[in-house]
Ligand binder design. Structure first.
Ligand code: ZN
Ligand code: ZN
Length: 552
């Protein structure tokens, strides 16, 4: 009889930033029971034109659907919950989350018109799913209710940290439950599956309390209108900014959809402290400029977010000008540099004074720097380390660091690596299919699917469409119809590009034998080649060519 095994399988978030999806399995091979921890997204960029969201391809676990006992969400960041509304309805398993996280997921489900079996659990809750005894451990991070998960099985215990830092003075919510982590360490932790985001940064990430003090001082000194942008999900920061504003006798006005959404979720679960209140944009418009502070979305230069629209002079509720200040209480997420600098340039052009984390202490990260990682390893003392939540360079550095800190071995997995945690020394025993799905409009499509590849090509070379009407004698019934999209319609020394192309198409068709003219594929090949050559001659670039054949 096959023996039980305890396995770990990341399908997202290992070897890349974003879209975390982790599976734990227990049982003999092919009869394993599974749980999933987190189900996140990452965002599209210029290399994925038209695609806003990207999520892990769950094909592996969909095949194992009847053995998937539950989806556990550690916290409410998009890279951990963003794909729940897209994928979880198909998993058909219960989804477990604490109140604030559940609130955020419910908002997404409503938008998507999807339903799941959502179970709201308490901080520190314990639950049993088949062979897994699970326990939530309260940590600190940059969003309310961040949880690590202790995954206990008959073959050993894993601490799945989720995202965390050690904030000694959080401004909202409890401190890290260090006693419980130490206790778990004493009972024996086989492996720690741990956040690698900031492993390249020395020291500690810093405390929200210090940011609050700094912002309070900074805002008190400012004249004119003040707009502050931060990550909406960082409710403690949002509250800190509100309190700093009130201390400077400024009313706070929220601008941006996600700011309103998150604040309303925080209020719904009773998380907003007394005295934190807001004025609506109309009211704010009537306030003297030194008595108002706008809290805006858009710290990453997102073009449709409030701050970018303000900078473009395109926001109906706020116009900033000379003497006003914008504070970025945020960091530059790698990849967003261009958009953020463009945004700052636009603001500077308006005469606005811009303060970023380079100019003042306006931000701390939500992930553990090396000193914090060291402390966590000292508390938990895992036998093995499995770094996740990072690019290859983070994971490998984390593995080296964990070895320095005394773990027996460290395995830095990539998405799809199936690691046997026990019995025996942990090792990668298989690679399962993994990949990404793109949300294109309302359809999910596989990475490398035709439409996206074509769209990318079109963005380089456009397309020339050629319509051919062929009569019953296998002759053209009319001159070819030409449509040029995304390629030049005019060129020096060419009287009419369209006519040129039509002529090339006609000549290519005329050069075909009668039997070839009856064969659509042969017509397509010959005319495509001729049109592409003609256009390359005119333009020096190859467009895409589409041939439409109509037999009349
Ligand atoms: Zn994360
Ligand atoms: Zn997070």
């Amino acid at each position: 009889m096959a023996k039980d095994e305890f396995v770990f399988l990341p399908l997202g978030g290992s070897g890349e930033i974003g879209m975390n999806m982790n599976l734990y399995g227990f049982g003999p091979p092919r009869r394993r029971k599974w749980i999933m921890i987190d189900c996140g997204v990452t965002f599209g960029d210029l290399s994925t034109p038209g695609v806003e969201l990207i999520c892990p391809d769950p094909a592996f676990i969909l095949e194992e659907r009847e053995n998937l006992l539950g989806l556990i969400l550690t916290h409410g960041h998009e890279d951990h919950i963003g794909a729940v509304a897209l994928l979880a309805p198909e998993f058909q398993c219960p989804v477990f989350a604490t109140a604030f996280t559940a609130k955020l997921v419910e908002g997404k489900l409503d938008e998507a018109g999807a339903t799941i079996d959502m179970r709201v659990i308490d901080l520190g809750a314990k639950l049993t799913l088949g062979p897994f005894d699970l326990e939530f451990v309260t940590l600190t991070h940059s969003i309310p209710e961040p949880n690590g998960v202790i995954v206990k099985t008959p073959l050993g215990t894993v601490l799945h940290t989720g995202d965390w830092k050690i904030d000694p003075e959080p401004t909202l919510g409890p401190v890290t439950d260090a006693p419980r982590l130490r206790e778990a360490g004493e009972a024996g932790v086989l492996a720690m599956v741990c956040d690698s985001t900031n492993v390249l940064s020395a020291g500690s990430s810093g405390s929200e309390m210090r940011v609050k003090e700094s912002l309070t001082k900074l805002i008190a000194e400012l004249e004119g209108r003040v707009a502050v942008t931060t990550f909406a999900s960082n409710v403690s920061r949002v509250v800190s900014i509100c309190e700093a504003a009130h201390a400077a006798d400024r009313s706070v006005c929220l601008l941006g959809r996600s700011m309103l959404r998150i604040v309303s979720a925080a209020r719904d679960v009773g998380m907003l402290p007394e005295g934190v209140n807001f004025v609506d944009p109309k009211e704010a418009g009537y306030l003297p400029r030194e008595h108002v502070l706008y809290l805006c979305t858009g710290s990453q230069g997102e073009s449709r977010a409030a701050l970018s629209r303000i900078a473009r002079y395109d926001h109906r509720d706020l116009v900033l000008s000379e003497g006003d200040t914008v504070i970025f209480s945020s960091k530059i997420i790698p990849g967003n540099e261009r958009n953020i600098f463009a945004l700052i340039n636009d603001l500077v052009e308006l005469g606005v004074h811009v303060i970023t984390e380079k100019d003042a202490f306006t931000h701390v990260s939500g992930h553990p720097n090396r000193d914090e990682l060291k402390r966590m390893y000292e508390w938990v003392r895992p036998t093995y380390s499995i770094p996740v939540h990072g690019e290859a360079r983070h994971l490998e550095e984390h593995a080296d660091f964990a070895l320095e800190l005394g773990v027996k071995d460290a395995i830095a997995p990539r998405n799809g690596d199936l690691i046997r945690l026990a019995p025996g020394k942990p090792q990668i025993i298989d690679e399962v299919p993994s990949g990404r799905l793109y949300l294109d409009g309302k359809l999910l499509m596989a990475e490398g699917a035709g439409p996206l590849r074509e769209r990318r090509k079109l963005s380089f070379g456009g397309v020339v469409a050629v319509g051919l009407a062929i009569d019953e004698h296998d002759n053209l019934a009319a001159p070819p119809a030409i449509s040029i999209i995304g390629a030049p319609r005019e060129a020096p020394a060419v009287a009419n590009v369209q006519d040129d192309i039509a002529e090339a198409a006609e000549d290519a068709f005329a050069g075909l034998s009668r039997s070839k003219r009856r064969d659509d594929a042969a017509v397509d090949v010959a005319v495509t080649r001729a049109v592409r050559n003609e256009m390359t001659g005119i333009w020096g670039k190859r467009p895409g060519v589409a041939i439409l054949i109509q037999r009349v």
